[in-house]
Design a protein around this ligand. Structure first.
Ligand code: SF4
Ligand code: MG
Length: 329
């Protein structure tokens, strides 16, 4: 069997307003991205805010229309699918949102929130069956069924995210895009929610695209890691390889910023300065060259393509070879 999801040359161009000294031009928020996700795996998508991660997640689920490219899900191209068959496909793919406060309607009871997909796809034959389904879903996310008649404001952030996860699994999806599901939570609660997601992955055979801005957050849950910078994937590979031998200076910088779980392995230190440039004013050539400690003249002219660096691992840097890039001390 093939991949569950195949993304090919996916693009999203937002129309920017012309401003003083700035021509009206399309902002390439997602700039030709391709990757596969295998059934049962967790692909972690990592990068700073403003790199296009959420836009990519929404494009995959067809919550916003693509400007070009393909999203093949279970062998069907969603980008060119009509409204009705797309609606059917939506049962199979769901989203967990970053903000467990903003993404749950405050005026709806927990039962009504969790049952949204059940109602929308007409999955409950009766009121009683619906309550039973909701109780079972709450149980699966570690909440007592007695919470179903309460309202989101009565719950902590971690509990709200459990409610959001119960809603996401309610219609029996095979694939979930989790857009920074723990970023808004206390560190002490983050691991609990990630553990819950892993348990559900095993018990329900789920496949995840797990978006995070921090490599430390996904170390436990990821099968593979894709690193995104200004609308492109700059590195992708099996988790063990990306953490132990990052080939792109941006990945190395993100790892430098994360706490070192294994002090016996010395870390290369690259300190990122400044913010991600605006996609409306993306640097020429390699978009990372304005922040890259090893940039050369060539980097300003020529955009590097993703290419294999061994072990199912790819990096988009002119100086990535079979060995991690040596970093000047
Ligand atoms: Fe740095 Fe050049 Fe590699 Fe881009 S291509 S990451 S600027 S060395
Ligand atoms: Mg985001």
């Amino acid at each position: 069997t093939g991949p569950l999801l195949s993304v090919r040359d996916l693009r999203k161009v937002f129309n920017a307003q012309a401003g003083f000294g700035r021509p009206s031009a399309g902002v390439r928020a997602v700039d030709g991205i391709s990757f596969d996700v295998e059934p049962g795996e967790t692909l972690a998508l990592v990068g700073e805010s403003g790199c296009g991660k959420s836009t990519l997640g929404r494009l995959i689920l067809q919550l916003i229309p693509a400007s070009g490219g393909q999203v093949m899900f279970e062998g069907v191209d969603l980008v060119h699918l009509g409204t009705r068959p797309l609606r059917e496909m939506r049962r199979r793919m769901q989203m967990v949102f970053q903000d467990p406060f903003g993404s749950l309607s405050p005026r709806r009871s927990v039962a009504d929130i969790v049952a949204e997909p059940i109602d929308s796809f007409g999955l409950a034959p009766s009121r009683k069956a619906r309550r039973e389904m909701v109780a079972d879903l709450l149980h699966q996310v570690g909440l007592p069924s007695s919470v179903m008649d309460r309202y989101p404001r009565q719950f902590s952030g971690g509990q709200r995210q459990r409610i959001g996860i119960a809603r996401a699994i309610a219609a029996g999806p095979s694939f979930i895009v989790a857009d920074e599901p723990v970023s808004a939570l206390d560190v002490s609660v983050q691991a609990q929610v990630i553990n819950l997601m892993q348990d559900l992955q095993e018990s329900r055979g789920l496949t995840y695209l797990f978006i995070a801005h921090d490599l430390a957050v996904v170390r436990h849950i990821a099968t593979r890691v894709a690193v995104m910078y200004l609308g492109r994937i700059v590195e992708i590979g099996p988790k063990a390889r990306v953490y132990a031998a990052p080939h792109h200076p941006y990945t190395q910088a993100l790892l430098s910023a994360a706490p070192n779980p294994d002090p016996d392995i010395p870390k290369r230190q690259i300190i990122l300065t400044g913010d991600v440039p605006s996609p409306s004013n993306a640097p020429s050539g390699c978009a990372f060259h304005t922040r890259c400690p090893i940039a050369q003249a060539r980097c300003r002219m020529e955009a590097p393509e993703l290419r294999p660096v061994g072990g199912g691992h790819q990096a988009a840097c002119h100086f990535a070879t079979d060995h991690p890039i040596p970093v000047p001390s």
